[in-house]
Design a protein around this ligand. Structure first.
Ligand SMILES: *Cc1c(COP(=O)(O)O)cnc(C)c1O
Length: 474
């Protein structure tokens, strides 16, 4: 893409804002429930407007130095207090998102629980890639444990995977792909008997499960009140409905929390003391999250959680009535994975057909025997009648179209391709040959690409995706 030079003299504001609006035309909508991943809409415009104003109020405050800006300490203490009160207590850190909360939990476990040799992190295969990222950044080795037939972490397999080098055991409440709850009390208890920390990834569930319980639903125990659970992550930019950049990680033990921190006095400049990975950062997300939680309130979160869960249940019964589709596992939270039970019905084609009708359904590739499927994160504004109508139509269209035509030798060629011999332009040409036009900013016609990726092993998928991202930005 040709890039414009920096203007010699500043351009007028209205012109720039108009350009931003134009650039956003190609984006998926962030409101309205037609995008069933990435975005969370309360349906209450006043809440989002207030969050934007609060964000703006705190925008230029720098979280780097809490003694220079005491407002960030006051806001963070209150916000973390709200989350701790719903998740079994503990003391916490406000971070920029699930990945950063997980990074901090992994660092704290590594440093609070030193082991002989390279530390290991025991993960169910359904755990979020943020743990692989944290392990990669922090020098831990991942020990992957297969899940059971209902996609839940397996206590016996977890126990068998633990060694004297285990620094952390991870469970999810729920796991993102299928919305199912791991057996947290069992696994936390076996971690505790080995003296090993146990992290609950409640990034997506942490601000919806407690409200579903308060609304009278049966939610299995999952938080810091469970014996053996040492830390838990909860993203406020998901079911907290805060603008992006908001998550909390809580530690049962405050000494454990201190191991998440980092300080350095090893240079001649200002002393660095950080509770998070980032150092200088805007307090905007903190102010916005604090405002959002206060503006929605407990009754608001109970209602939003109930609406989302009812939507998920109606989606599941609706899917049962669409021939060729089935739900994977038993979701405890409003996250539903829908697979095809008919070889002539391709889920990636359904996603493309839905996209043509104004809906985004998130494709999930097959993994270790789990079939490819479409993921739906339901929220307070989900309109399930419209969603089911779109899904039904897209499914009929996909059945009529049949699975995408992908030459099998193309998949083999990609599996054997030495990517190092291609530069970004060569890679873009390769993508063009399967119908992906990078100049157009990606393509909504993704069934061919998804089918190709689906046929490749994870390591090849990763290598191709890294090349894709690089080519996209070149
Ligand atoms: C979203 C999510 C994460 C990662 O969070 P980011 O905010 O995208 O960094 C981790 N775990 C689970 C279960 C999630 O749903």
């Amino acid at each position: 893409m040709p890039s414009d030079p920096l203007p010699e003299t500043g351009r007028p504001g209205p012109e720039l804002l108009a350009e931003l609006a134009r650039l956003r035309d190609a984006d998926l909508p962030v409101r309205g429930g037609q995008v069933t991943a990435y975005v969370y809409d309360t349906g209450r415009e006043a809440v989002h407007d207030l969050a934007a104003t609060a964000f703006h109020e705190m925008l230029e405050v720098n979280c780097l130095d809490p003694t220079a800006f005491p407002s960030i300490v006051a806001l963070e203490r209150r916000l973390v207090g709200f989350v701790a009160a719903k998740l079994g207590g503990g003391s916490g850190v406000f971070s920029s998102g699930g990945t950063e909360s997980i990074m901090l939990a992994v660092k704290a476990a590594r440093d609070a629980h030193p082991v002989e040799g390279r530390p290991q992190i025991v993960l169910p295969t359904t755990a979020h890639p943020a743990f692989h990222k944290a392990a990669h950044y922090l020098g831990l080795e991942v020990v992957h444990v297969p899940v059971d037939a209902a996609y839940r972490a397996d206590p016996a397999a977890t126990a068998a995977a633990m060694t004297p080098r285990t620094a952390l055991v991870v469970v999810s409440a729920p796991s993102y792909p299928h919305g199912v709850m791991d057996p947290i009390p069992e696994i936390a208890s076996l971690a505790a008997s080995a003296g090993v920390p146990c992290h609950v990834d409640a990034c997506v569930g942490g601000w919806v499960l407690p409200w579903l319980r308060d609304a009278g639903r049966d939610v299995p125990p999952f938080d810091l009140s469970v014996p053996g659970v040492t830390s838990i992550s909860c993203d406020l930019h998901k079911y907290g409905y805060s603008p992006k950049g908001a998550s909390v990680v809580l530690f049962a033990d405050e000494a454990h929390r201190r191991h998440a921190y980092f300080a350095s006095a090893e240079w001649p400049g200002y002393t660095v003391i950080n509770a998070t990975v980032q150092s200088s950062k805007s307090a905007g997300p903190l102010g916005a999250a604090w405002a959002t939680l206060n503006a929605v309130g407990a009754q608001g979160y109970r209602d939003l959680a109930e609406n989302a869960m009812k939507s998920a249940e109606r989606l599941m019964s609706g899917v049962a009535a669409i021939p060729g589709l089935r739900v994977l596992g038993e979701p405890v939270a409003p996250l539903v994975a829908v697979a095809s039970s008919d070889p002539s019905l391709d889920v990636f084609t359904i996603a493309d057909e839905a996209r043509r009708r104004g809906w985004f359904f998130q494709p999930q590739l097959s993994y270790q025997g789990i079939p490819p499927n479409l993921h739906f994160t339901l929220t307070g504004v989900s309109d399930v009648d419209a969603l089911l109508a779109a899904l039904t139509e897209a499914t009929e269209a996909a059945r009529a179209a049949g699975p995408p035509d992908v030459p099998s030798d193309l998949v083999d060629a990609l599996a054997d391709l030495d990517l190092d011999t291609l530069d970004d332009a060569g890679f873009a040409a390769l993508l063009a040959s399967v119908g992906v036009d990078l100049a157009a900013g990606g393509s909504p016609e993704m069934a061919v690409v998804n089918t190709i990726l689906n046929g490749l092993p994870p390591a090849t998928r990763e290598a191709l995706l890294i090349r894709f991202l690089s080519a996209l930005y070149t």
